[in-house]
Design a protein around this ligand. Structure first.
Ligand code: SAM
Length: 255
């Protein structure tokens, strides 16, 4: 895992809940959405392979699933543990620190399901890294186990390559301050094409605002490209699952 990506997530971990309109509602939605995907599939043991601050792991633990949550960013893991305490599930989640390439050093299969939500896979910039990660996921899944990938579908951006994307505005009346985010994207023609997100976080009130900028890169994959890569790497029954936040692909390891 490259240090730039880790530095980005370490730096934004404390702000991460603010990237959703309503963080607590998002947790509830993630839990219910995944429960619907797992229904009648015999899912008990789940590996959250890019857990971040626990957006999926925490609601799943609350719903009684056996959750192992891994992420390479120490900052994201620290925030995840803090939120797990607030939700009274710290003891229900096994937290580990590793990137995809080193997953097998921290956990062993078989898992009934592996999650990789929140656009984590596109941080891998080469075909080889993506294929190696799918191989590791497959090794850790039981036959018939599910892989759930949550992604931003970059297809819509590829023609016009937008530079400016709006984020969120939160007004904190209790703290008497406002919090605003937006992105400026840089496009590198490659090959492969790489999109760099410059995330601006602005905090303040009245005429005094302070700006933080943090940068991270993505391989701007389309959902169709990911679908094909999954099939080429031995997964089957690849289908899209409705999700309000991102595009979600569910795939199955053959029996
Ligand atoms: C946008 S966050 C999503 C976290 C969480 N799943 C969610 O939906 O909120 C992306 C996460 O991917 C992790 N990540 C980035 N590169 C990774 C890699 N090579 N291996 C594993 N995780 C990675 C980051 O540390 C970060 O926590």
């Amino acid at each position: 895992m490259d240090n730039a990506t880790n530095n980005f997530y370490d730096a934004i971990a404390e702000y991460y809940p603010l990237f959703y309109k309503d963080w607590e509602t998002q947790l509830e939605r993630e839990g219910l959405g995944l429960k619907a995907i797992f229904r009648d599939k015999g899912v008990k043991r789940v590996l959250d392979a890019a857990c971040g601050i626990g957006t999926q792991s925490i609601p799943l633990a609350k719903l009684g699933y056996d959750v192992t949550a891994i992420d390479p960013s120490a900052g994201m893991l620290q925030k995840a543990r803090q939120i797990a305490i607030e939700h009274d599930v710290l003891g229900e989640i096994q937290f580990e620190q590793a990137d995809f390439a080193h997953l097998s050093e921290k956990v062993s299969g078989e898992f009934d399901a592996i999650l990789c939500k929140g656009n984590a896979l596109p941080h891998l910039l080469t075909d080889e890294e993506i294929e190696h990660t799918l191989y590791i996921f497959s090794e850790l899944l039981r036959p018939g186990g599910l892989l759930i990938l949550g992604l931003r579908d970059f297809e819509q951006f590829m023609e016009y390559r937008p530079r400016l994307l709006p984020g969120f505005v939160h007004d904190y009346e209790d703290e008497n301050q406002q919090f605003i985010t937006f992105d400026v994207w840089d496009w590198d023609e490659g090959p492969p094409v790489v999109a760099t997100q410059n995330l601006f976080i602005i905090k303040g009130i009245g005429e005094n605002y302070k700006t933080i900028k943090r940068t991270v890169s993505f391989r701007p994959l389309s959902l169709d490209e990911v679908r094909v890569v999954l099939l080429e790497n031995g997964f089957e029954e690849v289908h899209e699952q409705p999700d309000r936040w991102e595009q979600v692909l569910v795939a199955r390891k053959p029996e």
